[in-house]
Design a protein around this ligand. Structure first.
Ligand code: C5P
Length: 221
């Protein structure tokens, strides 16, 4: 493995739509390069969850800002926050610029902590860490993402309807790509990884090739 130079703030930014496999990829890369890991989606989910818990409407901006200030990155509970409804609600509170600003500041502080981090989300390469050392944009067709989600639900004994899952994914994409503040889009200097026809292992290897190449050039310089 090519070692990451001992300097603060080495950052790998991973963006992409829901269900493209960026979470798994981020975890594998953080393990491999021994970097901290932050799934920034959990921060938006934590805000949405707080509002849902208090039966507050998701367009209550001041309550969302308060919840955002209270988000503690060390206490994000994936088991609680991973529910599908929480993800849907998260994409509604994520449209508010003031909420985003509060969370982005926490995410940037995390990224700066040595030895650096892998962050995954929607706006990491474009807004949170525009100077990231590596930027990856991980995508897959909506149909493939819906098929994967259905398989995941069925693997734990659940049932779901493919057409409904697909409609959900398309709706979430539209909200994330269409919002005015920090819409989901690849950074101009992002490496694109389309996982439609690619297993996670192949995506991991492709990402490592990109990263090792950057590290090799840097070590030579
Ligand atoms: O990735 P995940 O499904 O956990 O994200 C939930 C929602 O949070 C996304 O649909 C998106 O609206 C929002 N989000 C965001 N910016 C990020 C991460 C997530 O707007 N960096």
């Amino acid at each position: 493995m090519i070692a990451i130079a001992e300097r603060a703030g080495f950052t790998i930014a991973i963006d992409g739509p829901a269900g493209a496999g960026k979470g798994t990829l981020a975890r594998r890369l953080a393990d491999h390069y021994r970097l901290n890991l932050l799934d920034t989606g959990l921060t938006y989910r934590a805000v949405a969850y707080a509002l849902l818990q208090h039966a507050l409407p998701l367009d209550n901006v001041s309550a969302a800002e308060t919840a955002a200030r209270q988000v503690d990155l060390a206490k994000l509970d994936r088991a609680v926050l991973s529910a599908h409804a929480v993800g849907e609600a998260a994409s509604k509170v994520a449209v508010f610029p003031t909420v985003r600003r509060i969370l982005v500041e926490k995410q940037r502080d995390f990224a700066k902590t040595p030895p650096g981090a892998v962050l995954d989300g929607r706006d990491i390469g474009t807004v949170v860490c525009p100077d990231a050392d590596i930027k990856l944009y991980v995508t897959a067709s909506a149909e493939v993402r819906a098929k994967r989600r259905l398989a995941e639900i069925e693997s734990i004994g659940g049932t779901a309807n493919f057409a409904e899952i697909l409609a959900d994914i398309v709706r979430r994409d539209e909200r994330d790509m269409g919002r005015a503040d920090s819409p989901l889009k690849p950074a101009a200097d992002a490496h694109l990884l389309d996982t439609s026809e690619m297993a996670i292992e192949a995506a991991f290897l492709a990402a490592r090739t990109v990263i090792d190449d950057v590290l090799a050039k840097r070590n030579k310089a």
